[in-house]
Design a protein around this ligand. Structure first.
Ligand code: PLP
Length: 393
């Protein structure tokens, strides 16, 4: 017997992964330097030196057994304390280790949080365009994925959110800095959303929870990322070190439940219960200890910023229209004739591998990941120029 839903998820390859696999095949055919793969969001800047120094220190230390052993299910107490202290001191918010749960990255933070919140049939609002796995995670937790379009500038459309959020809304997922648009939500719009939710909550028994999906928090180029724990009491932060410390394959992150949330202790217990039911046991023990020493740090942002400036400057100069990227490492570019799939197919003829925006719940754009080698961007510009020319830009 096979679960058909799981089989379907396994067989329906992610569009992004498919492009990435095509890129690898194509590189073998014509040479790696002739294919410009902008598909994946895999950090290509090494972790800051403190990461490797801490790993070396931990594995050379006296505590050879427990450093690789199970930790408490929620995480090693000293690690949870370090995370709580960091959040409290950096953002002036209430936090203790009793509300921190260490996870295997943002994906696990999200699936655990959604399982903790949903009993079956509730809606979870996502802002389109959105990270495609949200739908998979929400539906697996028994919820309904409710897409609400972003405003024209890809910031929050508060009127659309107002009409979409109803009695059956359990949560809203916010991702800032945003994948795929690179937008960073400002304090004004977030305060307005918090006020909107407070108004909705007055008519409800259970408040709407804000899920702050923050794997890109540190990756900004000047913009401030407001801390939602400070702006809205019913917030759950789903954090990850995958992008900030270039540790995507090591699977490490955390959940921070706002102690001010209604029923915060019960919600945190449900987080622990969901982690248990999903079989996570505990987050990777070595990397829990590593990240506890690297809180708030990031890989070399200047590298991504130079890539961003180079690509954004060149593409807009060629006549393409792009959302000005303020954070993360993605450029969201309009498909000149509106058909993202057709544009990607033509780009592929020039060996440019771009991701059509349809898989993010919004047509007419492509996502370009600029966490790539500098030469990939520099060498791709003639191909982009030829592509622009073919559209008479
Ligand atoms: N959320 C968003 C918006 C992402 O872009 C990603 C990864 O690309 C994730 C969550 C998952 O991150 P992690 O690798 O930490 O599980």
């Amino acid at each position: 017997m096979i679960n058909k839903r799981m089989q379907g998820l396994g067989e329906a390859r992610s569009v992004i992964r498919e492009i990435f696999e095509y890129g690898n095949r194509r590189k073998r055919e014509i040479g790696a330097d002739k294919v410009f793969d902008f598909s994946l969001g895999n950090p290509n800047v090494p972790p800051p030196a403190v990461v490797n120094a801490r790993i070396a220190q931990l594995i050379a230390g006296e505590d050879q057994t427990s450093v690789h052993g199970y930790t408490s299910a929620a995480g090693a107490p000293e690690v949870r304390r370090a995370v709580a202290d960091y959040l409290k001191n950096t953002f002036s918010v209430d936090m203790t280790e009793d509300y921190i749960y260490m996870t295997c990255g943002a994906a696990a933070s999200l699936t655990v949080t959604l399982h903790a919140l949903l009993s079956g049939g509730e809606e979870v609002v996502v802002i389109a365009p959105y990270f495609p796995e949200y739908r998979v995670f929400i539906e697996q937790a028994g919820g309904v994925c409710r897409e609400v379009g972003a405003a024209e500038d890809f910031h929050l459309d508060l009127a659309a959110l107002d009409s979409a959020i109803g009695q059956n809304t359990a949560a809203v997922i916010l991702n800032s800095p945003n994948n795929p648009t690179g937008v960073v939500y400002g304090e004004g719009e977030l305060r307005a959303l918090a006020a909107l939710l407070a108004r909705k909550n007055a008519e409800r028994e259970q408040p709407v929870v804000l899920i702050a999906d923050e794997p890109y928090r540190e990756l900004t180029y000047g913009a401030q990322v407001p801390q939602l724990l400070a702006l809205y009491e019913h917030t759950v932060v789903c954090y990850s070190f995958s992008k900030s410390l270039s540790l995507a394959g090591e699977r490490i992150g955390y959940i921070a439940v706002s102690p001010r949330a209604r029923g915060a202790a019960q919600l945190y217990a449900a987080v622990c219960g969901a982690g248990r039911a999903l079989g996570y046991v505990c987050a990777p023990a070595l990397f829990q200890r590593v990240v506890a020493s690297c809180l708030g740090q990031s890989s070399e942002l200047a590298f991504y910023q130079t890539n961003r400036d180079l690509l954004y400057g060149a593409l807009t100069e060629m006549g393409f229209s792009c959302v000005p990227p303020e954070g993360a490492f993605y450029l969201f570019m309009q498909a000149p004739e509106g058909d993202a799939a057709a544009f990607c197919a033509r780009a592929r003829e020039h060996e440019l591998l771009l991701v059509p925006s349809d898989s993010f719940g919004r047509g007419g754009y492509v996502r370009i990941s600029y966490c790539v080698a500098r030469e990939t961007i520099e060498n791709s510009l003639p191909a982009f120029r030829a592509l622009a020319k073919s559209y008479h830009l």
